[in-house]
Write a new protein. Structure first.
Length: 120
C-alpha cells in the first residue's frame, strides 16, 4: 500500500484563533486570562493603583498559619499542644486558627497562653 500525502489549508480569522487559544488555556490551567485581566483592572480601579488588601478569611488552615508565622507546620502543632500559642478551632476533623487572633498574638509578642488574654 502506498502512502498518500494530504495537505489541508485552514484559514482562521484572528478572533476565532484567539478564542481557540483562550479555550485551550482555560482547559489546561483552569484560568481564564480575560477574566483575570478584568479582575486585575477592577482591583486597580477600586484601590487607586494600590495593591488590594489580602483577603484572609476568619479562619485559616495549618498551611496558612505556618506561612503567616514563618514556622513549620510541625512547630505550629507543637506550640499549640504545649500552650505556647493559640489553639486551633476544631470544625469536625478540621483544625483552623483565627487569623485575627494569630495576628493579635504576634503583635503582643507571642506570649504563652497563660499570659495571653484574647476576647472570646
Amino acid at each position: 500500500m502506498k502512502p498518500i500525502n494530504v495537505q489541508i489549508t485552514v484559514t482562521l480569522d484572528e478572533d476565532i484563533l484567539t478564542d481557540l487559544i483562550r479555550r485551550a488555556v482555560i482547559s489546561a490551567t483552569g484560568i481564564d486570562p480575560q477574566r483575570e485581566a478584568r479582575l486585575r483592572a477592577s482591583q486597580h480601579a477600586n484601590f487607586g493603583g494600590q495593591k488590594p488588601p489580602e483577603d484572609k478569611g476568619l479562619l485559616i488552615d495549618l498551611r496558612e498559619a505556618a506561612k503567616l508565622l514563618g514556622l513549620s507546620q510541625r512547630t505550629i502543632w507543637g506550640m499549640a499542644k504545649n500552650g505556647r500559642m493559640p489553639k486551633p478551632i476544631k470544625i469536625g476533623r478540621a483544625a483552623r486558627w483565627s487569623h485575627e487572633e494569630l495576628r493579635a498574638w504576634v503583635n503582643a509578642g507571642g506570649p504563652s497562653l497563660s499570659d495571653w488574654k484574647w476576647p472570646k
